[in-house]
Unconditional design. Sequence first.
Length: 300
Amino acid sequence: MPPPTIVARLRQVLGRAFRETGQAVDRCGIWGITHAATSKTLGDPPYKYNDHLSRHRNKMPLLRRGAPEVSADAAYIAPCSALIGTVRIGPGSSVWYGSVLRADRCNNGMGHGRAAEDTWRSLSRDERSSQKDLSWDGTANGGGIYIGADTNVQDGCIITSVEDHTVIGDGVTIGHGACISSATVEDGCLIGMGAILNPGSRVEAQSLVAAGAVIGRGVTVGSGQLWGGNPAKKMRNLTAEEKERLHYQASAYVQQATKQNHVMELGGNLQASDGVAVEEADKEKTNQETTESPMKDRHQ
């Protein structure tokens, strides 16, 4: 993959200039309000200047390592998660609180079209290494993170692609605190809480990796199997009922994620109908108390 285009470089420089200028103006406004609202006399200790600005960036584009792309139909991306570099999130998928998806060791320069990225993605690790931008830092032989549709990455997960692409299919559930590094997870799998998938490992379709299991480097979990332990080994084959439960869990998280889409809007994720319902309930409670008050006085 060639280095970033001139347009991409220009866009990044201008974007950074506007962003930092806006933050500086906002800080001046906060300082001005604090100064105007605080009365002080000579000799008083200096007042505290509280800067409320949040500098956390949910999506972090890297000029030489690519920019995150999230489907417009994604279920939910938590505001405190981090998508860094070449990260792709499919429709219906969700990334939950505190999760970090880091694809910052690839040579997928910004500014190129989809065809160029598809060509780059199809290359082997050795082929990508031979085309890396040696004028930079010599660490561009990693890959991207590609997540399919209706997949949920639960709280506190760490997904990286230091050595090669990390590819996660459709309808996958990745449990809390799991760690996946340059591995492949096919459709309909469940990766248990705290499980670790080492580089080069592969989990085939409709499989279950138990909580805390460690899949070794280059190990393949067969389709429809349950693996557990450290190092992980096959425990048994999944039943038809257990396979069906894997699909149910993924779809349940899609529904749960859509309920939090508006969590960062003013008033949280309360819908207008909920507010009306609460207001009507308060009115009814007030009317009931007003009606009951004379009766209480009469009994007294």
